[in-house]
Design a protein around this ligand. Sequence first.
Ligand SMILES: [Zn+2]
Length: 281
Amino acid sequence: MVAYLIVLRRACVLRYLLFLPALLLLAPLSLALELKGHLVQGGMVVGTTAPGSQVMLDGQKLAVTEQGLFVFGLDRDAPASVTLKVVNGDGSVEEQQLEIQQRQYDIQYIEGIPKKIMKPSAEDQARAWQETLLVRKARAQSLPRTDFAGEFQWPLKGPITGVYGSQRVYNGEPRRPHYGVDVAAPTGTPVTVPAPGVVTLVHQDMFYSGGTIIIDHGHGISSTMIHLSRVLAKVGDEVKPGDIVAEVGAGGRATGPHLDWRMNWFKARIDPMLLVETDPY
Ligand SMILES: [Zn+2]
């Protein structure tokens, strides 16, 4: 209980700190280019530019709609600055250095983990790898939808028990950081859709993540929800906020029932908590 309260308080402090850049929403950088979002590690930034422009982020070409809308995400360990380059229809070039706020993440050191938890069997590792490939394939898509530009809502209301970016070091060995936001709820609690999109992956029981669903919001922005006891939606379903697509569980490697909601921009991990305006409880 004590540990849980600490996590919760950290989550609130984090929200408060991150609110500042949210309020300083970026002023138009030029007449043609406008950015909205969080220039912080884990942030998502939605931009508009003159129709017919090309946009590059650190040399990577972004998809731009006919109306000039584009999006990019900033990974957990995004550098302190990135370069946004816009080539307008008339050939003129604008280049902006964007400063990215750096975050501090919770690192926990845990000793004395039994060996069987440290190393899955060769068979389980092979299975997990196949599942990883399925997830990567779903997240690599760039669908021509612009649901990312709308509002996001919590897929579930409940206490936050895990936050984006935190990391555990077991027996001195750093594990992959935690990329989702965990919301505690009993097994069977309905999980709803955070933003409109199309379902691109459904799996009832992955080795690490249990019941898993991926909803694509366009241009590489996707939601992944894991440890589900049951996924109710099918691949190809068009879904909207409020639709019930799954039920909370403790599937895969989970210590207890909760929802783990993750967000990606392709491979880059972004922080779901930066996308929702309200508290989750
Ligand atoms: Zn989690």
